[in-house]
Design a protein around this ligand. Structure first.
Ligand code: CTP
Ligand code: MG
Length: 189
C-alpha cells in the first residue's frame, strides 16, 4: 500500500531533521575563524566571507547529531502524536555518523552557495532567493547518498525527497524570520 501524503511529509521531515538542525546550528555554535581565512578571490571579493566559519562547519553537524539523540529518544512520543510509524534510524553507532554526514553535507552546500553568492557580487547576508533555501538540501542529499548510500536508499523514496525539496523553502523562510525576531540573525532571511 503506498504511503499517504501525510505520512510521506512527516517521514521526510523526520529523516531530514539532521540537515535542518545542522543548518540552524551555526548561529549558536558558529563564529571565530572564517573558512576562507580572510582570503580574497581573483575578483577582489572574499572567497566565502565571514559568515562561513570553521566552528559552524565542523561543530554545527556535531550539535545536530547530539540533538538528534534527543529526537531518537523521543521517537515513541512522536509516533503517538503524529500517529505514523516514524522510520527507525538504525543502531546509533551507524546513525550518529550518518547524522554528521547529513549535517556536514548541508553546511558544505551552504558554504558552496556562499562562494557563488560572492562571485555574483552579493555581500554576506545578502538574499539570493531559491539558492539560500535549497543550498543545504542539495548538499545534504549529495553527501548523504555519496557517503551513506545503504542507509539513505533504505529510507528515502523519490516522493519523500520531493516533499523536502518542495516544503523546505517555505520552512526556511519561517525559521529565519523567527531567528531574526529572537535576535539570532541579522536579516530576516
Ligand atoms: N555560520 C557560521 N559558519 C557556517 C555557517 C554559518 O558561523 N559555516 C553562522 C554565521 O554567523 C552566519 C550565520 O551562521 O552569519 C547564518 O548563516 P547564513 O545565513 O548561511 O550566513 P550569511 O551571514 O547569510 O552569509 P552568506 O551570505 O554567505 O550566506
Ligand atoms: Mg546560505
Amino acid at each position: 500500500m503506498p504511503e499517504t501524503l501525510y505520512a510521506t511529509v512527516f517521514q521526510a521531515l523526520w529523516l531530514f531533521l539532521p540537515a535542518y538542525l545542522a543548518n540552524m546550528a551555526p548561529v549558536f555554535v558558529g563564529g571565530g575563524k572564517p573558512v576562507d581565512g580572510g582570503r580574497v578571490w581573483k575578483d577582489g571579493r572574499r572567497m566565502l566571507g565571514d559568515g562561513k566559519t570553521w566552528r559552524g562547519l565542523l561543530l554545527g553537524p556535531l550539535a545536530a547529531a547530539l540533538v538528534m539523540l534527543l529526537f531518537v529518544a523521543g521517537r515513541p512520543l512522536l509516533v503517538a502524536i503524529f500517529r505514523i510509524e516514524f522510520e527507525d534510524l538504525g543502531p546509533l553507532l551507524v546513525a550518529i555518523p550518518v547524522f554528521y554526514v547529513l549535517g556536514f553535507g548541508a553546511l558544505a552546500g551552504d558554504a558552496t552557495e556562499s562562494f557563488f553568492k560572492r562571485r555574483i557580487g552579493k555581500e554576506r547576508g545578502a538574499r539570493w532567493l531559491g539558492f539560500d533555501q535549497l543550498d543545504f538540501v542539495v548538499g545534504a542529499f549529495v553527501l548523504g547518498f555519496a557517503l551513506a548510500y545503504p542507509w539513505m536508499i533504505a529510507r528515502w523514496t523519490l516522493a519523500r525527497v520531493l516533499a523536502i525539496v518542495i516544503l523546505t523553502p517555505a520552512l526556511h523562510l519561517i525559521v529565519n524570520y523567527i531567528g531574526w525576531k529572537i535576535g539570532k540573525k541579522d536579516v530576516p532571511w
